[in-house]
Ligand binder design. Structure first.
Ligand code: GLA
Length: 383
């Protein structure tokens, strides 16, 4: 996909609306280094915002409506009346995120103001790199800029998540929105999803993040995702807790054989993943590559065997990357699962051999076409 810039999106606005925009804002997508399906369990995640974004160029309007145009959807135009409750429009995918965000902002008491908005993104949509969270965060930035209102980045993230939960129908956690809002350049964020606190963990200057899209379309994501969430809640309920954060790993292990096998495995993934995420943050901070590689490999195995969210092409891709790294590259599936992307982390000097191995073996072994994305840890929309 072609990379965009503020200047390019400003031009696209001007071409469409025949006037110049007053400003352009952007919000990044994300890659999660480790900590999968832990966010909605009140656990820990370690994502980085990436240098691929949703951009919005905008200008005020005199009336109380929004006219929004989506570059990535053939310049489709959607109009929103800011003074009415938004209705869920199941046929219009991107517009639904817009309506959900407007609705949550209205509910939170934002006054909002009319505007013309041109939306364009260079994130690979459907890859699991959170193009939807980046759309939500960019929109909240643009809408608050238009109305001159202030918004706290964490509040913005919560409104984006609420839009997905209440309007789009995905029971996602807070990770994607929070990292898109609060990400930092050259760093991942260790986020405590119960407390909503975050600590920047710098990525060593000579390391690089390589994302490989498996070419496997993420099927059944919403239904499988919501089902995993339910299974985790059931496991927590067995211990009289509302979230698995309230359950200790020792407590869970002691209940093996009493708790049903599926709930046990789901909970074991989440509780061990929390430990691996904390260990990974330490390893990253110390530049301890061997430590990071170990927990990334364990994380992948746990997603494959206990949480059952990987697919065989993704497992093959992780093996190709790990083998090609010869002990100098960590690799695991990233995101919700059932397709999407793998993330690898390695010294920059090792990246070319990873790229070469993917190009040589992946399609031959799986029949799927990979897309290689070299990513840099980048600033969030409100950073
Ligand atoms: C999706 C969700 C996130 C998180 C991940 C899995 O990206 O939107 O909230 O649960 O899956 O870690």
């Amino acid at each position: 996909m072609k990379t965009l810039s503020n200047a390019r999106v400003s031009e696209l606005f001007e071409h469409y609306f025949a006037v110049a925009p007053v400003a352009v804002v952007k919000a990044p997508g994300r890659v999660n280094l480790i900590g999968e399906h832990t966010d909605y369990n009140g656990g820990f995640v370690l994502p980085a915002a990436i240098n691929y974004h949703t951009y919005i160029a905008f200008a005020p309007r005199a009336d109380r409506s929004l006219r929004l145009v989506a570059y990535n959807f053939d310049n489709e135009l959607v109009t929103v009346d800011l003074d009415v409750d938004q209705v869920d429009d199941r046929n219009a995918s991107w517009a639904n995120y817009v309506r959900g965000v407007v609705q949550e902002m209205r509910t939170q008491g934002f006054a909002l103001a009319g505007g013309d908005l041109y939306i364009a993104g260079d994130l690979h949509s459907g890859a699991g790199l959170s193009s939807s969270a980046s759309l939500e965060m960019a929109l909240i930035r643009a809408l608050t800029a238009l109305s001159g209102e202030q918004v706290d980045p964490t509040q913005a993230a919560l409104m984006g998540q609420a839009a997905e939960n209440n309007f789009v129908g995905c029971n996602c956690g807070i990770m994607d929105q929070l990292i898109s809002a609060r990400g930092q350049e050259h760093a991942a964020l260790l986020i405590d999803c119960q407390e909503l606190t975050a600590r920047a963990v710098p990525v060593p200057a000579d390391w690089e993040i390589l994302i490989v899209h498996s070419g496997v379309k993420r099927g059944l994501v919403d239904s499988e995702y919501n089902q995993r969430r339910q299974q985790c809640e059931q496991a927590a309920a067995y211990f009289g807790q509302t979230s698995l954060r309230g359950v200790a790993l020792e407590q869970l292990l002691a209940a093996e054989g009493q708790l049903d096998e599926l709930s046990f495995r789901r909970a074991r993934h989440v509780l061990t993943e929390n430990q691996r995420t904390l260990a990974a943050a330490n390893a990253l901070a110390e530049g301890n590559l061997a430590g990071l590689i170990k927990v990334m490999a364990e994380s992948h195995a746990s997603m494959r065997d206990d949480f059952n969210i990987t697919v065989s092409a993704i497992d093959t891709l992780v093996n190709i990357l790990a083998d090609a790294g010869e002990g100098k590259a960590g690799a695991r599936m990233t995101g919700g699962g059932f397709g999407g992307c793998v993330v690898a982390m390695a010294p920059a000097t090792v990246i070319p051999q990873l790229v070469a191995a993917v190009e040589l073996y992946y399609q031959a072994k799986t029949g799927c076409e990979p897309t290689l994305i070299r990513a840099k840890a980048s600033a969030g929309a409100f950073a």
